[in-house]
Write a protein that binds this ligand. Structure first.
Ligand code: UDX
Ligand code: UDX
Length: 477
C-alpha cells in the first residue's frame, strides 16, 4: 500500500511519521507546495519543534517515509491520500472572520483528480466544516477524466495536541473514522482502520458516518475551549471574592463527571484550532438556521478575548494606570509550552494591548525566533494561517518591541514581567537576581499560574496570578 499526504505541517508531518514508523510495510510520502519546508523535513533541523518527533522521523525516514515536492507523482501513485492542508478563517467576503476558507482544500481535490489514474481513498485530516466531504466528492468526480477511477472520501480528524503530539499519536484516546454508509464506504473505512490497527487497539477505533466525524472534531475543540473559558470566567470572580481558582478547579475536578483536565485558568487559550474551529462551528450553525447555537458557542471566544484584555487592564491598572515608556519583560511567546508555534497565541494580544498603552515590550521565548515574533505582531487578524501572508515588520511594532535570547537581559531595568507561556524553565530562574535588576516596585503578572507567589512576595515582588487572592498592592478592578 502507498500513502501520500498533502501538507507537511504540524498535523501532516508528525502523523505521517508515526504511520510510517508503525507500518514498515507501507510507503508514506509527505508532499507540500512549500519547498523549504520539505527540505527541512529531510534534515535533522525539522521545520517544527515537537518533543520526540526527530527520533520518530529518523527511524522511518529513507526506509518507508519520504518528503517530496513532487506532488503529482506521489499522489498519482497512492492508494490512500491524506489531505492536511490549512483551512484558514476567511479574511474577506461572505463569512469573513468565521467561515473556513476551503480554497486550499478544493485546490488539493482538483489536483488529486487531475493526477489520478487509479482509484483512491481520500482522507480528510484537516479540520473542515460539516459537509465538506460532499463538496469535495463533487469536485473529484467531475474533474477526473479516467472513467474507471473511483474516489471514496473518509473523514479522519486528528486530535493530537502540540507539545504532546508524539505521545498522542503513540497512544491516542481514540481514532475516529467517518465514511459513507454504503458498501464501498464501509470497505474504505476498513482499509484505513487496518492502517491504524498496526498499533492502536481495535476497540479504540470509532467508526461513524461522514458528517458525525466532521462535526465531532469541531465539537471536541469547542468543548475543550469551553472548559477553559468557563474556568477563566470563574477566575475573574475568584479575584474579586478572595477565592482561589486552583482550589476551585481541584474541588470541582475531583467530581468524576467533571474530571480534572483542562481546568487551568490562564491568560487565555491560543493555538491554531480552538478559536478557528469555534468560529467555524458558529458559521455552520448560522448557515443552517440555528443562530442561538452559534451565540452560545461564540461566547466561549468572547470570554477568551475578555480574559486577555482583562490581563492587560490588570497590569496597567496595577502599575498606577500608566505604562507609558515603561519596559515590560515578556516571558514566553508560544501559545503553550513545548512548542515553537505562535498561531493565535495570547501573547500577540497582550503585547498589542501593552503597546497601545505606550509600553515597550522586551520578549524572550526559548523556541520562538525574533523573525517569527515580528511577523506575528505585524499581521492583521486571521492572516496567520495563509502561507503567503506578508512578513514585513510593522514600523510601530519595531519601535516598541525588542527580543533577546536571555531572560535576565530581558528583565533588566523592567518595571514588570508578564509570564505568557508556561515553560518549565521559567520556574527555575534566580528571581532574587532578576528582582535586584528591576525598577521598583517590581511586578510579576503570572498569566499561567506557574510561579510560587509566596516566594516572589518574600523577595519583594508585587505579584499577580490569575484567579488568586490579590496582592494588596495590585489594583482591585
Ligand atoms: C492544518 C490546519 O491549520 C488545520 O485546521 C487542520 O486541522 C490541519 O491542517 P497544520 O498542519 O497545523 O494544520 O497547518 P500547517 O502547519 O499550516 O500545514 C499545512 C501545510 O499545507 C503547509 O505546510 C502548506 O504549505 C501546505 N499546503 C497548503 C500545501 O501543501 N498545499 C496547499 O495548497 C496549501
Ligand atoms: C487542541 C486540542 O487539544 C487537540 O485535540 C486538537 O487536535 C487541536 O487543538 P492544541 O491547540 O495543540 O490542541 O493545544 P491544547 O493543549 O489543547 O491547548 C490549547 C490552548 O489552551 C493553549 O493556549 C493552552 O495553553 C490553553 N489551555 C489548555 C489553558 O489555558 N488551560 C488549560 O487547562 C488547557
Amino acid at each position: 500500500m502507498k500513502i501520500a499526504c498533502i501538507g507537511a505541517g504540524y498535523v501532516g508531518g508528525p502523523t505521517m511519521a508515526m504511520v510510517a514508523l508503525k507500518c514498515p510495510d507501507i510507503e508514506v510520502v509527505v508532499v507540500d507546495i512549500n519547498a523549504a519546508r520539505i527540505k527541512a523535513w529531510q534534515t535533522d533541523d525539522l521545520p517544527i519543534y515537537e518533543p520526540g518527533l526527530l527520533d520518530v522521523v529518523k527511524q522511518a525516514r529513507g526506509r518507508n517515509l519520504y518528503f517530496s515536492t513532487d506532488t503529482h507523482k506521489h499522489v498519482g501513485e497512492a492508494d490512500l491520500v491524506f489531505v492536511s492542508v490549512n483551512t484558514p478563517t476567511k479574511t474577506r467576503g461572505i463569512g469573513a472572520g468565521s467561515a473556513a476558507d476551503l480554497t486550499y482544500w478544493e485546490g488539493a481535490a482538483r489536483m488529486i483528480a487531475a493526477c489520478s489514474t487509479s482509484s483512491k481513498i481520500i482522507v480528510e485530516k484537516s479540520t473542515v466544516p460539516v459537509k465538506t466531504a460532499e463538496a469535495i466528492s463533487k469536485v473529484l468526480r467531475r474533474n477526473c477524466n479516467v472513467p474507471e477511477v473511483q474516489f471514496e472520501i473518509l473523514s479522519n480528524p486528528e486530535f493530537l495536541a502540540e507539545g504532546t503530539a508524539i505521545q498522542d499519536l503513540y497512544n491516542p484516546d481514540r481514532v475516529l473514522i467517518g465514511g459513507n454508509e454504503d458498501e464501498s464506504g464501509q470497505r474504505a473505512i476498513q482499509v484505513l482502520k487496518s492502517v491504524y490497527e498496526h498499533w492502536v487497539p481495535s476497540e479504540r477505533i470509532i467508526t461513524t458516518n461522514l458528517w458525525s466525524a466532521e462535526l465531532s472534531k469541531l465539537t471536541a475543540n469547542a468543548f475543550l475551549a469551553q472548559r477553559i473559558s468557563s474556568i477563566n470566567a470563574i477566575s475573574a470572580l475568584c479575584e474579586v471574592t478572595g477565592a482561589d481558582v486552583t482550589q476551585v478547579a481541584h474541588a470541582i475536578g475531583t467530581d468524576t463527571r467533571i474530571g480534572p483536565k483542562f481546568l487551568n485558568a490562564s491568560v487565555g487559550f491560543g493555538g491554531s484550532c480552538f478559536q478557528k474551529d469555534i468560529l467555524n462551528l458558529c458559521y455552520v450553525c448560522e448557515t443552517h438556521g440555528v443562530p442561538k447555537v452559534a451565540d452560545y458557542w461564540r461566547s466561549v471566544v468572547s470570554m477568551n478575548d475578555w480574559q486577555k484584555a482583562r490581563f492587560v487592564e490588570r497590569m496597567v491598572g496595577s502599575m498606577f494606570n500608566t505604562v507609558v515608556g515603561k519596559k515590560i519583560a515578556i516571558f514566553g511567546f508560544a501559545f503553550k509550552k513545548d512548542t515553537g508555534d505562535t498561531r493565535e497565541t495570547p501573547a500577540i494580544d497582550v503585547v498589542h494591548g501593552l503597546i497601545r498603552e505606550g509600553a515597550n515590550c522586551t520578549i524572550y521565548d526559548p523556541q520562538v525566533s525574533e523573525t517569527q515574533m515580528f511577523h506575528d505582531l505585524s499581521l492583521a487578524k486571521f492572516q496567520w494561517d495563509y502561507p503567503m501572508s506578508p512578513t514585513k515588520a510593522d514600523a510601530k511594532i519595531k519601535q516598541s518591541v525588542d527580543v533577546h535570547f536571555d531572560p535576565y537581559t530581558v528583565a533588566k531595568d523592567a518595571h514588570a514581567i508578564a509570564i505568557l507561556t508556561e515553560w518549565d524553565e521559567f520556574k527555575t530562574y534566580d528571581y532574587q537576581k532578576i528582582y535586584d535588576n528591576m525598577v521598583k516596585p517590581a511586578f510579576i503578572f503570572d498569566g499561567r499560574n506557574i510561579m510560587d507567589t509566596e516566594e516572589l512576595r518574600r523577595i519583594g515582588f508585587v505579584s499577580f496570578s490569575i484567579g488568586k487572592p490579590l496582592d494588596p498592592f495590585v489594583k482591585k478592578s
